[in-house]
Design a protein around this ligand. Structure first.
Ligand SMILES: NC(=O)N[C@@H](CC(=O)O)C(=O)O
Ligand SMILES: [Zn+2]
Ligand SMILES: [Zn+2]
Length: 348
């Protein structure tokens, strides 16, 4: 092992999967993402979901209004696919620079996905159009069949939905988002260059024990749910491998504290405030600090066909205390790593 440097200077990273919410909560959380990242792919699972060009451009305006003055941040918008999405609307949004990508939520797979797609056959025409115009597809990769165990839902999705889709439309750019299994890593490794994946900080840090040992811990619950240790290790290997197919996507998903600490707690981990610090610790532990920039700042824009950021940021090797909770607008949110100490800090 070579000595760990005291600081790391890299291109400013982007977040290729984030939930910024709307209203008060948006105003409470936007600054955290904007301080950490130059751009972010913003998820459309609002209520009601973002299904039109007009809705996305209105939402983009509200996001920009919530970003603190003097902070440069570009939200990249996505269109929520439903059984009735019009290929023309997708194409218009993409052409006008409003929709960077479209998002496939299998109906009822996760938060605000009730209006998602009930069968991928229903969006066949939309996907063909996306492939034709080079518009990427973001995918929440879990089946929802009641008889499939929640820990197997990603693997079954690969076999039943994703593999056939990629076979039938090989020219479609697909981002298999927030992957959580060795099976997903295997699938992405074996697929062509038009298949990439995002990996969250939580799935690199925790396995399912974090959620279930010594009491039930709602702040470690997100979807897809964290899996066994062997899967976490496979994800760490993939993220730090240097492969161009894997890139940063936090899936930061804030829910009010009371909505998570409940008889039926919401899925989602709020990791935006210390996302880079959290990822970087993993790369340090894996002896892969030299590969962090690729994962955080290069692979994502290259996959999406967007320019790399020219700004640089500095991460310092100094400890930082993560607060037990964070005020976000009119509510309180518990961040990932609450009450822990992390070993890196983003210089402001
Ligand atoms: N990841 C989560 O657990 N929750 C996300 C939805 C999602 O990304 O699936 C949310 O919007 O809360
Ligand atoms: Zn998801
Ligand atoms: Zn998400």
């Amino acid at each position: 092992m070579t000595d760990t440097p005291e600081s790391l200077i890299i291109r400013r990273p982007d977040d290729w999967h984030v939930h910024l919410r709307d209203g008060e909560l948006l105003r409470g959380v936007a600054a955290f993402t904007a301080h950490q990242f130059a751009r972010a792919i913003v998820m459309p699972n609002l209520s009601p979901p973002v299904t039109t060009v007009d809705a996305a451009s209105g939402y983009r305006d509200r996001i920009l209004a919530a970003v603190p003055e003097g902070v440069s941040f570009t939200p990249l918008m996505t269109c929520y696919l439903t059984d009735h999405t019009s290929p023309d609307e997708l194409e218009r949004g993409h052409r006008e620079g409003v929709f960077t990508a479209a998002k496939l939520y299998p109906a009822n797979a996760t938060t605000n996905s009730a209006q998602g797609v009930t069968d991928v056959a229903n969006i066949g025409k939309a996907l063909e159009r996306m492939a034709a115009i080079g518009m990427p597809l973001c995918v929440h990769g879990e089946v929802t069949d009641a008889e499939i165990d929640v820990f197997d839902r990603e693997k079954v999705f690969i076999d039943r939905v994703l593999a056939p889709l990629v076979r039938e439309l090989p020219e479609l750019k697909v981002i298999f988002e927030h992957i959580t299994t060795r099976d997903a890593v295997q699938f992405v490794d074996d697929a062509g260059d038009d298949v990439g994946a995002t990996i969250t900080p939580q799935h690199l840090h925790i396995n399912r024990n974090a959620m279930l040992v010594g009491g039930i811990r709602p702040h470690a619950y997100c979807l897809p749910v964290a899996k066994r240790e062997e899967h976490r290790l496979a994800l760490r290997k993939a993220a730090t491998s240097g492969s161009a197919k894997y890139f940063l996507g936090t899936d930061s998903a804030p829910h009010a504290r009371h909505a998570k600490e409940s008889g039926c707690g919401c899925a989602g981990i709020f990791n935006a405030p210390f996302a880079l610090e959290s990822y970087l610790q993993v790369f340090e532990e894996e002896g892969a600090l030299d590969r962090f920039e690729r994962f955080a700042s290069e692979n994502g824009p290259r996959f999406y066909g967007l320019p790399l950021n020219e700004e640089r940021i500095t991460l310092e090797r100094t400890s930082v205390d993560v607060p037990a909770e964070i005020d976000a607008g009119d509510t309180t949110v518990v961040p990932f790593h609450a009450g822990e100490m992390l070993r890196w800090r983003l210089r402001r």
